[in-house]
Design a protein around this ligand. Structure first.
Ligand code: AVI
Length: 357
């Protein structure tokens, strides 16, 4: 239809519609999240990339020198970790998977939720067991993985949408504590933290994490936690020093990542991997040791230090737990034990907690 002479015409500009899900985010947190593509959300104003450099420098200048474990997971580190999970010595992944496969129905029956929020984006066989049961018992639901890796979230999204088209996917691209604080407390949610990743938290991060998680959890929320247990030392030490040397490669790869991030000159050929079980602290400790003295320079920062021969840098810890003590400890964070599942050897525990009201 042509326009009528003399008629007033208006150009109406509609504001760009920002698609925000109605239920996943708490009302007051909604405005802080922007869509980074269908089903993926990022926190506004968050600079995930600027913090690693500072973290690396502050802990490398500490005494003894150490690193935060998350620097291990660049693309190569993530690929190497996938290989670790398949190693015969590394019993953790397959043992936890078997526990979840056997008990997913019971776990979901005990945790009547609408949303499964997984800390870490790994969409593994383990998550499949839970989502299959969630769908079977509750019908269409929400899956919200939380991760700082966008690549991980996209991979998770592709897998979930293919296998579970009825599940609404919301990938949250943020650090754990910031993302969990944004989830709607009225939406009954099962927070899932598997793989004994909690074992990689040091004694400062551990209480900080549970304080934040418990504060963010609503009255209908649950936590499913995978925790590796204390066991004979030989089994533990072999799991972190495998015969193919993949764990050594994974740990030392952190310096390749650091060299790239900070334009430093760590010489990977001039260091070796060392690990053991510290009985007092009940943790595997994974170190890089300088084979010869190296002067470590950071090109952009005009800073350097001498990494002396035989000096160790603690790259990662992996704490091992007594499940009963862990349950008692988490009570002090307002998390009441609901169920405890383990394997025939009692090597690994999957623990279900409910937020105490
Ligand atoms: C991811 N995390 C639980 C692993 C662990 O067992 O502590 C990381 C790892 N480091 C060396 N091997 C595996």
């Amino acid at each position: 239809m042509g326009s009528q002479a003399g008629a007033v015409s208006f150009i109406v500009t509609l504001p760009m519609k920002r698609k925000t899900p109605a239920t996943i985010f708490a009302h007051e947190a909604r405005a802080r999240w922007r869509s980074s593509g269908e089903g993926i959300w990022s926190l506004d104003g968050q600079e995930l990339d600027s913090i690693p450099a500072l973290s690396i420098l502050t802990t490398l200048w500490d005494q003894p020198r150490w690193l935060e474990a998350y620097h291990l997971y660049d693309q190569r580190g993530s690929d190497l970790f996938e290989q670790i999970c398949e190693l015969p010595e590394y019993y953790l992944t397959r043992t936890e998977n078997a526990i979840l496969e056997a008990h997913a129905a019971e776990i979901i029956a005990d945790a009547p939720v609408r949303c499964v929020a997984e800390l870490g984006a790994g969409f593994s066989k383990k998550t499949v067991h839970l989502l299959t049961e969630q769908l079977r018992q509750r019908g269409p639901s929400i899956f919200a993985p939380i991760d700082v890796s966008l690549t991980g979230l996209l991979a998770s999204q592709a897998a979930v949408q293919k296998s579970f088209p009825q599940i609404e996917f919301h990938g949250l691209h943020a650090r754990y504590e910031e993302a969990i604080a944004s989830i709607n407390r009225e939406l009954p949610t099962l927070f899932v933290f598997l793989g004994s990743t909690i074992g990689n938290f040091n004694h400062t991060d551990f209480p900080r994490f549970f304080r934040a998680l418990s504060a963010a959890m609503g009255p209908h929320d649950f936590l499913l936690l995978g925790a590796d247990r204390v066991k004979p030392v030989k089994i533990l030490e072999d799991a972190y020093d495998d015969s193919r040397g993949i764990t050594a490669e994974f740990i030392l790869n952190v310096f390749r990542n650091i060299n790239r991030l900070l334009k430093s000159n760590f010489d990977l050929g001039g260091m070796r991997y060392l690990s053991w079980f510290n009985r007092d602290w009940q943790q595997i400790e994974m170190y890089a040791v300088a084979a010869e003295s190296q002067e470590i320079r950071f090109a952009d920062l005009d800073s350097s230090f001498q990494w002396r021969k035989d000096e160790k840098i603690l790259v990662e810890i992996s704490r091992k737990f007594d499940p009963q003590r862990l349950q008692e400890q988490l009570c002090f964070f307002g998390l009441a034990p609901v169920m405890h599942f383990t394997d025939a050897n009692e090597w690994f525990s999957v623990l279900l907690f409910k937020k105490r009201t």
